[in-house]
Design a protein around this ligand. Structure first.
Ligand code: 6PG
Length: 229
């Protein structure tokens, strides 16, 4: 199969978000046609709010679906910097309809990022391989909390499915590993703006950014790009 991504180009984020929500819903239904439950990892950050809200409104058997973040800042779930706080608010209709939420938010205080990641990996391992992953992308080409040049941004089958990350100038992170993201049955990206488009094209050319970790021979990466945010 070709490694060339499939591009879904939209004029604005609203259009890309709706299209991605329909794409994810179709893939979850396809998975549920083959198995009892399905799982989807979803991005945090400032871009995906409209997408998450549109996904939560899809007519799906939510009781058979597990939702989880691709990564989380190592903060309590009610912290302003928490992805979970934003994501659970946007996904509320799906959660009310019975979707399972697998939290990455820091649990008991005093636990180190490393110890928490080890604990969480045992819970996430039961879901692998994930049926669908959707990632955002940073302006440095990072996905989830896999940052350029960091040890977490390498494919290593011996690394647990959840890794702690310590990006400079940011709070510690808890992230799905490169392998856990790469081995998902279906994968999509959602990002907007010309700057990020240039980063993505450059990454495709040189294959040197973490975003290319989710490009594989086994399935096509679907890229949902909005020209305007
Ligand atoms: C996070 C995200 C992260 C995000 C990118 C893009 O915790 O921030 O999971 O990987 O997807 O940094 O973020 P924006 O959408 O805010 O540009």
């Amino acid at each position: 199969m070709s490694r060339r991504p499939i591009l879904h180009l939209h004029a604005d984020l609203a259009g890309a978000s709706q299209a991605l929500a329909h794409w994810v819903a179709a893939r979850l239904l396809a998975a549920l046609g083959q198995q009892e439950r399905a799982s989807v990892a979803l991005p945090g950050g400032s871009t995906p709010g409209q997408f998450l809200a549109a996904l939560a409104k899809q007519d799906l058997p939510w009781k058979r679906i597990t939702l989880l973040p691709t990564d989380e800042r190592f903060v309590p779930a009610d912290h302003p910097r928490s992805n979970e706080r934003m994501m659970r608010a946007a996904l509320d209709p799906a959660l009310r309809a019975g979707a399972e939420w697998l939290s990455f938010a820091r649990g008991e205080p005093g636990l180190s990022p490393e110890a928490f990641a080890k604990q969480l990996a045992e819970r996430v391992a039961r879901l692998l391989p994930l049926d669908v992953v959707v990632c955002g992308m940073g302006e440095d080409g990072h996905i989830a909390s896999l940052f350029p040049g960091e040890p977490q941004a390498r494919l290593d089958p011996n690394v647990p499915c959840i890794v702690p990350a310590f990006p400079i100038g940011l709070e510690p992170r808890i992230s799905l590993s490169a392998m856990a993201l790469r081995e998902a049955g279906e994968a999509a990206l959602l990002f907007s703006g010309e700057e990020k488009w240039a980063v993505f094209v450059d990454a495709l050319r040189l294959l040197h950014k973490p975003v290319t970790l989710i490009i594989t021979e086994n399935r096509r990466l679907h890229v949902f790009f909005a020209k305007r945010t």
